[in-house]
Design a protein around this ligand. Sequence first.
Ligand code: GLA
Length: 391
Amino acid sequence: MVCALAIAGSISSTMAITKDEDASMQKSPPSVSSVPFGQLDDGREVSLYRLVNANGMEMAVTPYGGTIVSLKVPDDEGNLDDIVLGFDHLEDYLAPAYQRANPYFGALIGRYGNRIAGASFSIDGKTYRLPANDGDNHLHGGTQGFDRRLWQAQAFEEEHAVGLLLTLESPDGDQGYPGTLRAQVRYTLTDDNALDIRYEASTTATTPVNLTQHSYFNLDGEGSGDILAHRLMINASGFTPVDDALIPLGDVRSLDNSPLDFRTPVAIGSRIDEDDQQLLRGKGYDHNFVIDRGEAAAEELVLAARVEAPRSGRVMEVYTSEPGIQFYSGNFLDGSLTGKSGVPYQQRSGFALETQHYPDSPNQPDFPSTLLTPEETYLSHTRYVFSSVPQ
Ligand code: GLA
């Protein structure tokens, strides 16, 4: 039985499961291995880690941006398909412009997931200016956000799981944010087909923090067409309506009688073209939903969303400790990018469900605070659980 060691640096570049063992894949213990993925301009080597669980479900992650490059998940008959959009080569992830060349495929987002209006905020009367990389506003941590950093990586194995621990030190003043921020993200692939993500951070000066994961999913397989027939449930009775630039207006609006109401599962495409001001502003769905957390404690996982694919029957459930989730229906994809399958990613060929605090919280006194003080530890926990229903 071949089983790769879990210590980063000494991981063999040989695949952990050999051909002969493919047949007995169901019974193989979880494993982790790594191969070279390329080099940054400054010469730093970048690897690609391959994590496999006992069911053969596998995930490839690169420490560049903490990016999930592929996620192969079984359907009801055990067929594996790669269900996240992305590229085969590191160079494609390095492409500069954000919306068109690499729209954050699979990346970790920091220091602040989503938008900050006017690319600035104030703490105790002092104003901090950030890069404006989305019109006048700041998006996903700036031009050199955490999606553009080479994280330190350490692989690990547990009895029924395998994972990768990523760490990053963001210096004081990084992208305009105060304080040195030490961030840690722990990806764990469990034998019950869950991808568990734990985020942790500490700071030397008070600063906003809102970390998230920006995978685009197509549960029938990336490159298999649009996601409009996926049936979505979002456990939210309110959302934060936005202006034309997708900046929250400041209130939480009820979803009663709205085409954004997903409390009852419905196909993503069934109302997406309705003449609704919020859908028109988002060019589809690109909104923060306020999760119905009931009496759940802040650190408790609550079901935020469930998605079922029309052809494969794959199901993804998203559980989170966060108060919000951004549902983005891939509206800015326009066919100009070709991904792993060799098929251009047309509009709405993937969707993102980004667990988070609300957008623009640093400028919105009524939203839950995103400020982290040096006395506190930032903790956030999200779990994507995969299963399938018979077709
Ligand atoms: C987020 C935003 C979208 C878009 C994508 C990246 O999900 O909400 O508006 O910017 O990132 O293309």
